[in-house]
Write a new protein. Structure first.
Lengths: 452, 526, 123
């Protein structure tokens, strides 16, 4: 078997050193009735590299890849062009096959990268500090709510109706077990958000307000007033960013007063991958750092006075604090954080700003074109690279009909909010730099044809 | 004749021991590298974009009006920056990485190739299911083999990592208890457990209590039985969390009895599957009465550790817990793969505890894990466990005369060998042995874990190491141990040859510097 | 004024009905470099044997227990900026908090300096 170096001769020699007659002697602690008497039933024996690859190639071909078709899906995962050097670098064995940097003298590569990543994320989100990443945006969002509870010693969170419904569902699941109270609502298919509801709901019991920016329908709203109201009563503002490229064009949540900013970092450097692995971003004000979840990398010096980096403030974490840890999180999303950081380094400030401008410009062009289709109306007043259309009929079958025409034309609100009739005609459309003018035209023509 | 006009004469001067300082601070192939913020600029970019069409902005008046401060590099500078950083890392690809409890086995490159096929890497999680049948098939197929290999009833695929899987299992247990109106408040964990176990139990709202261990490193059955019965007629123990094989590298021979006792008391058995590699293909946890177990696919099923994630933590569930599994999951109905989400949960899966993550889990890890399972097959996976256990016992028996092995007398170990720092010279500890191993070209074993052994050293070779590699490691370990016993002062200052000497972790924690700041700003703030 | 010690390595110096609490020199030596100390808020009601403060070294976090029941009257703010005081002067400048004793009788079960030295010597 190609992954196993021991030969039969080696095995015999080693058993001799151990003083065992056979391999079975090493499994004496396992009761005989719990041991299988041969290879597991049903699973075929080992296969060649070629045979395995052939099998997967067949399955891969059954899927419509984003790059092969006009593609307009977003709603929490975005298709951007990832430069070739990103995937090349993350496949270097020294990054790919390294472990968590617990021995810092021989892990400075990963540690310095994490320090750079933390700096990039903190600056992008407009916060003082950021951690070394979380699993994804949805789990980062719950961790932020949980952290706000620790900071404020309160347990009521007010969630904007513009927060991604999967993120809401994750919080609802967790809150069932932690005893937190969540104030949630379903969005309306309208240009205005529910900020009035949020302002009314914030009271002296509130630990935090959670607002997505831009929100699930693509709307962009100034968070300053919500931050002010939250701070007035001692609550925190948590902002959630699912499309970080947007922050190349619009103000950061931190600038507008958010105390904790979390996000989904997938759209920078990480492929769509059918939902994972992704990379959760987590940043906050410096004064809350000891309540943060997850790993943190910090600067220090070595015994010769040279600058170096280590994982630090570890006493917050499960491997030391056990049941009193700030979170049970153990791993981060290291390799995806690396991909994010490389892509961000390639972009730089100028590249990110241009990329954001390009996304917005193409989205504006697409919006204007799609809104001209008879029966289709445009929902947003403001948007970055994603907006919502109101179709004259239910959007879900339209999305399926578009797929039949080999166009991946947006995410229906019916998929995201099943059973909510008021939303069933809504279609969320994302337009990034990968969409060509021809793609937009093809999409518009097909949509018009289906709606007739 | 003509004289050598270029003057080029190869010369071999006898080496002199002193290494002169260099102008750059570099040491030939050991290259120093500054931060991107020190070498890049906000004006530099390594990407070329299409022209930006002129449009009237519709950003709601929130156009960014401040600089972000993101340094950029051109492509050649970027490639060089990260290539230089990469060379300061130890990795499985470079050498032996016997980090106990982490299963640092070889990461096959076929897996990387397969994960990058466009039908898996370039599909959107919310794409219409008719366009992603092949991706759903991968999830369904992997789920099938995980259930088969563990002898369980069902599997939740969406958890993002081992600790997230633990959370999934504990939430399923809590949902099952709630469904029968049973409000239990305590979870029992042995002291040798991974820190994630008690942290997860607390995160899910439980009080955590310790299960005592016997001197042989196993669960103390008498103490467990006493605790299960302690609440009188009403037992308050929701679950026990057991790692098997445990973190001392030993199989719990009483596992079935533990499960039976817990079930008889109305509780559930959670098994931490971190050490599944020792038994894969030979033992099915389902046969031991386990109700839930997460599988670290980055351990047993060879997906890369990536410098600290991403992992994936599918959780296999017993018949009693399967109805409570989280959303979403993949099902096959009339030959077509479907996703069961909130919409159809009420018809297909009414008791679910809900969603614990956006989307469907770590697809990029599922492809790799399935590729690994198919490559090894039934015969290969059984050989994996056997070779992993053989390698660990070989190391245990080759070192027990120079390092104290607290449980070596009780019989063979499973996939990892545990040593303590008893018997070293005054002032020398496990840390010094670890740093000495770095100079010998190894990644150290896991140190100071499990907590039940003083100065623990947990060595897990895995099955993907050759006898020659282990023989060399054994030699190095014997040499370093001898130095530690003799009180060799040069060991206290190791490592000597790594990119950095010992780092000041106290300074890092007392005055945390977590982001880079422009020097003038840093000075002004002081 | 008299100083008492607990088996959990706290010291308590009693002056009338108020007392100062810290951790012993032995304890700081076992913990190693202290990087953070979290002290109780003024007004906090502490119960004998209950969690009162947290002290962190690089690789460990330890709870400091209240040696007696009482109400916190003052905490050592200097530890926030200079946690190393716990290492350099644990039984002086590195004190954690002061409290108002609820029941002086609780002191009876504690050790004096000689008894504590003997206790530590036997560890």
């Amino acid at each position: 078997m190609r992954y196993l170096p021991l030969t039969q001769t080696d095995r015999q020699a080693m058993l001799g050193v151990i003083g065992a007659k056979s391999i079975d002697d090493l499994f004496v602690d396992v009761p005989p009735e719990a041991q299988l008497d041969g290879p597991i039933k049903g699973l075929p024996n080992h296969a060649s590299e070629m045979a395995v690859e052939r099998y997967f190639s067949g399955l891969s071909r059954q899927n419509m890849a984003a790059s092969h078709h006009p593609f307009f899906l977003g709603a929490g995962a975005y298709k951007h062009h990832v430069p070739a050097s990103v995937d090349h670098i993350i496949q270097r064995g020294e990054f790919l096959t390294a472990y968590t940097p617990y021995q810092p003298e021989i892990a400075q590569g990963t540690l310095q990268m994490l320090f750079e990543f933390q700096t990039q994320v903190a600056r992008l989100l407009g916060c003082d500090v950021a951690n070394a990443s979380m699993y994804d945006g949805s789990t980062a969002c719950w961790e932020a709510i949980s952290m706000a509870g620790r900071v404020t010693k309160r347990s009521k969170a007010v969630l904007s109706s513009g927060l991604h419904p999967h993120y809401v569902n994750v919080a609802v699941t967790m809150a069932k077990y932690t005893g937190d109270t969540l104030d949630v609502a379903t969005p309306e298919l309208a240009a205005i958000t529910d900020s009035a509801r949020l302002l009314n709901s914030i009271d002296a019991e509130t630990s935090c307000v959670v607002v997505q920016y831009p929100d699930i329908l693509g709307r962009i709203e100034d968070l300053t007033a919500i931050a002010a109201k939250a701070h007035e009563v001692g609550a925190l503002l948590i902002a959630v960013v699912t499309e970080p490229v947007a922050l190349g064009a619009i103000r950061s949540p931190g600038e507008m007063g958010a105390d904790i900013v979390v996000g989904e970092g997938q759209s920078i450097g990480v492929g769509l991958q059918f939902g994972g692995p992704y990379v959760g971003l987590f940043a906050c004000k410096e004064k809350f750092v000891r309540q943060m979840p997850g790993r943190l990398c910090g600067e220090t010096v070595d015994a010769e006075g040279k600058r170096g980096f280590v994982l630090t403030l570890s006493t917050r974490e499960q491997h030391i604090r056990r049941e009193k840890a700030t979170s049970n999180i153990c791993t981060n999303s290291g390799l995806c954080a690396l991909a994010f950081s490389i892509h961000m380094t390639l972009l730089g400030e100028r590249g990110l700003r241009d990329l954001a401008s390009l996304n917005h410009a193409l989205a504006v062009q697409a919006a204007d074109r799609l809104a001209r289709i008879p029966g289709v109306s445009f929902v947003n007043d403001s948007f970055f690279n994603e907006f919502t259309l109101r179709l004259p009929s239910e959007a879900r079958p339209v999305v399926r009909a578009l797929a039949e025409k080999k166009i991946l034309g947006g995410v229906s609100l019916g998929r995201l909010y099943p059973g909510v009739e008021a939303l069933e005609n809504g279609l969320v459309v994302a337009v990034t730099e990968v969409a060509t003018a021809e793609d937009i035209e093809e999409f518009a023509a097909a949509l018009q044809e289906i709606l007739v | 004749m003509s004289i050598n006009e270029s003057g080029w004469k190869p010369e071999m001067v006898k080496s002199d021991a002193s290494a002169p300082p260099t102008f750059t601070g570099n040491r030939a192939l050991m290259l120093e590298e500054s931060l991107i913020f020190e070498i890049g600029s906000t004006e530099t970019t390594g990407v070329d974009l299409a022209p930006i069409p002129q449009i009237a902005s519709r950003l709601g008046g929130l156009e960014r009006n401040r600089t972000i401060g993101l340094a950029g590099l051109s492509e050649p500078e970027t490639v060089r920056h990260y290539t230089r950083l990469s060379r300061q890392n130890y990795a499985i690809d470079l050498g032996f990485f016997p980090l106990g409890s982490c299963t640092m086995k070889h990461n096959p490159r076929l897996n990387e190739k397969i994960a990058r096929l466009p039908g898996f890497s370039d599909v959107h999680p919310l794409a219409p299911t008719q366009t992603v049948q092949g991706a759903l098939a991968v999830i369904h197929e992997l789920a099938h083999w995980l259930v088969t290999l563990t002898g369980m009833k069902a599997v939740a695929m969406s958890p993002k990592a081992g600790a997230h899987g633990e959370l999934c299992g504990i939430l399923a247990i809590r949902a099952a208890l709630t469904a029968r109106g049973d409000a239990r408040s305590v979870i029992l964990c042995p002291e040798s457990a991974h820190g994630t176990n008690p942290a997860t139990a607390a995160f899910a709202g439980y009080a955590v209590e310790n299960i005592p261990a016997t001197p042989e490193g196993r669960v103390d059955m008498a103490a467990l039985n006493a605790r299960l019965g302690a609440g009188g007629s009403v037992c308050d123990v929701a679950a026990v969390m057991i790692t098997n094989p445990n973190t001392c590298g030993l199989f719990e021979p009483d596992m079935r009895a533990i499960s039976d006792a817990v079930h008889a008391a109305g509780g559930f058995v959670y098994c931490d599957g971190a050490n599944f590699n020792a038994i894969v293909g030979r033992v099915r946890p389902g046969d031991l009465g386990v109700d839930a177990m997460h599988i670290n696919v980055h351990k047993t099923f060879s997906t890369p550790h990536g410098g600290g994630g991403p992992g994936a933590g599918p959780v296999v569930l017993s018949e009693a817990l399967a109805p409570y599994a989280p959303l979403p999951f993949v099902d096959k109905v009339d030959g077509e793969y479907v996703l069961v989400e909130e919409e159809t949960a009420s018809e297909h899966h009414a008791s679910t505890f809900g969603r614990m993550v956006a989307f469907h889990g770590q697809m990029g890890m599922f492809t790799r894990a399935l590729s690994y399972i198919m490559s090894h097959g039934a015969d290969g996976l059984r050989q994996v466990a056997e070779d992993a256990v053989l390698n660990a016992n070989y190391i245990l028996r080759s070192l027990e005369d120079v390092l104290e092995a607290p449980f070596a007398g009780s019989g063979p170990c499973m996939h990892e060998a545990l040593f303590s720092d008893n018997g070293l010279a005054e002032g020398f500890s496990t840390l010094d042995i670890a740093k000495g191993l770095i100079d010998e070209g190894y990644h150290p074993m896991t140190v100071y874990f499990p907590l039940v052994v003083h100065g623990a050293m947990l060595v897990e070779p895995t099955e993907t190491e050759s006898k020659a590699t282990m023989d060399e490691f054994i030699g190095a370990m014997r040499s370093v141990a001898a130095r530690a016993k003799a009180g060799d002062p040069s060991l206290k200052t190791a490592p000597h040859f790594a990119p950095r000497r010992r780092l000041d972790e106290t300074l890092a924690a007392r005055k945390p510097v977590l982001v880079w700041k422009e020097p003038e700003v840093a000075i002004a703030a002081e | 004024m008299s100083r008492y010690f607990t088996q959990d390595h706290e010291w308590i110096e009693v002056d009338g009905d108020t007392a100062t609490v810290g951790i012993t020199d032995y304890a700081q030596g076992q913990l190693g470099d202290i990087v953070f100390a979290e002290v109780p808020a003024v007004g906090a009601a502490l119960t004998k044997g209950g969690d009162a403060a947290v002290v962190e070294s690089v690789k460990a976090a330890s709870d400091v227990y209240a040696p007696v029941t009482g109400t916190v009257t003052e905490n050592n703010e200097a530890l926030e900026s200079d946690p190393a005081l716990v290492n350099t002067d644990p039984e002086g400048e590195g004190w954690f908090f002061k409290l108002h004793l609820a029941d002086a009788g609780e002191l009876d079960g504690l050790m004096d300096a000689a008894a504590y030295q003997a206790f530590v010597g036997a560890l």
